[in-house]
Write a protein that binds this ligand. Structure first.
Ligand code: AR6
Length: 181
């Protein structure tokens, strides 16, 4: 994957990368999941296929044990056959016009992914544009929320997480990321 922009904030590197999140070599990748962790379409479908059957199997075991993942929260599985150690499955909100707490829920999905990575003592993480596909969150509204969550997280002075990568898949999204970061 190709780095399109790199910035450093308080010793944490934020990188904008173009390409496919399933070939990232970071300690964790974030999946844009649904509450039932049924990875059918979108980036989730690609992650589940390339990760092999363990990814969906571990997701099913998680749901059986803890119940569904509320919007804004995360669940963790191994990376299966992917290069990452972990997949952090983050549930973003479905866009319903903006008055259903979508902004807070998207913020939570991102910051909770980063907090989980720090809790697992990971050094690097890659995130996709959570909610900005099938869930319909407008990209121009989503990117400022991603940014605020990342900066707020960095302000908690993480000890482990030093590299945060956004993997931008849609070419039409590049400009929004470049402008915001
Ligand atoms: N690498 C990085 N980003 C990707 C990739 C990839 N290989 N493929 C797609 N994207 P979406 P959501 C981008 O729809 O909106 C699933 O069915 C894509 O272009 O995957 O949060 C889940 O199971 C878009 O910008 O996630 C849920 O039911 C971004 O990833 C639901 O979709 C997110 O799009 C979640 O919808």
């Amino acid at each position: 994957n190709k780095i399109i922009k790199e910035i450093k904030v308080n010793n944490v590197e934020i990188k904008l990368v173009s390409g496919d999140i399933t070939i990232e070599e970071t300690d964790a990748i974030v999946n844009a999941a649904n509450s039932h962790l049924q990875h059918g379409g979108g980036v989730a479908g690609v992650i589940a296929r390339k990760g092999g059957s363990d990814v969906q199997k571990e997701s099913n075991e998680y749901i059986k044990k803890y119940g569904k993942v509320e919007t804004g929260n995360v669940a963790v599985t191994t990376g299966g056959k992917l290069k990452c150690k972990y997949i952090i499955h983050a549930v973003g909100p479905i866009w319903r016009g903006g008055s259903e707490q979508e902004e807070k829920l998207l913020y939570d999905a991102v910051i909770n992914s980063l907090k989980k990575a720090e809790e697992l003592k990971l050094n690097s993480i890659s995130l996709p544009a959570i909610s900005a596909g099938i869930y319909g969150y407008p990209i121009e509204k989503a990117v400022p929320v991603y940014k605020k969550a990342v900066y707020d997280f960095i302000n908690t002075n993480p000890q482990f997480l030093k590299e945060i990568r956004f993997v931008v898949y849609d070419e039409e999204h590049y400009d929004y990321f470049l402008k915001e970061f």
